[in-house]
Design a protein around this ligand. Sequence first.
Ligand SMILES: Nc1ncnc2c1ncn2[C@@H]1O[C@H](CSCC[C@H]([NH3+])C(=O)O)[C@@H](O)[C@H]1O
Length: 333
Amino acid sequence: MSSASPSPQLYFDTINAFHKTEALKAALDLGLFTAIGRTPSTAAEIAARCECPERGIRILSDYLTVQGFLTKDGSHYALTLDSATFLDRNSPAYLGPSADFLLAPTLVEAFRDLTSTIRRGTPEVKSTTPEHPMWLDFARCMGPMMVGPARGIAALVPLDADRETKVLDISASHGTYGIAFAQQNPRAHLTALDWEPVLAITAENAKAAGIANRFSKIAGDAFTVDLGSDYDVVLVPNFLHHFNPADCTRFLRRVHAALRPGGRVVVVDFIPNEDRVTPPGSASFGLVMLSSTPEGDVYTFAEYSKMLADAGFHGFALHPLLPTTASAVIATK
Ligand SMILES: Nc1ncnc2c1ncn2[C@@H]1O[C@H](CSCC[C@H]([NH3+])C(=O)O)[C@@H](O)[C@H]1O
């Protein structure tokens, strides 16, 4: 007989998980992490900097300490290393803007009625609708989160420096992935593909990155628009999870046709282990696709390998992009 006794802890933690969401959102909105910065501070000091009454700041700061965002020594609160890196507006790696997208009404509403979505088999509002406005918010908010993996991939796939090269970024959005390639390879020309309104943001970011003279756009549906030809690299970051495996394979055949011989496709995505339940970050992303797309999912390396093989690629390799939850699958034409 097992001596373990049952605990309702996981139940209560999960039912109350929205407390964590709202507390963190309030702290970001109030600039609480920025108000502490590098100086361990009392609730009264933080409250003065946030221009709030002390009581709310004290209770929120204790809660954030319980959750691991702050440390507390006597009556002084300080930032953890993670909070200092990602939650202080003065840090170059500040993640605050991504909360505006991740907690946008469209995405939160998509989760509200998960029961009906599962019964019906499809969500009511679908992020795969052409030109869905949520992608404008994504492009405005999510670029900084992608800088780490984007630079990692650009380093993994060096381009020939002896000639002009061509990179196509499919579902370019903020453009961070393609821009990292263009910055790493001064002779590379970057073509960004996305819906027309989104590409205005991509173009602004390309200009700010100093690569406007090596940048062009293809607007429209990635499944039907002319992709062009002779690319050295085609990037497919966080796109395939929106679709079923047959559509992904059909799409990858188009990518294959657009590459020069020896060219490479780089799929960046949430790629769980073959058990589909580890690691937590990539395995859990399937639920986001269940709540917001008719047929999207997370796919394992074996599943991506099959899609890529069916589309004509060879030489598949999986590269986890630690410490993020993203991985890259690189394959050759
Ligand atoms: N059918 C489609 N054709 C072209 N772009 C699309 C299509 N469906 C979705 N998108 C775009 O695909 C992007 C998905 S979000 C991923 C953005 C970026 N690659 C990144 O990794 O952060 C959004 O910018 C959408 O506008």
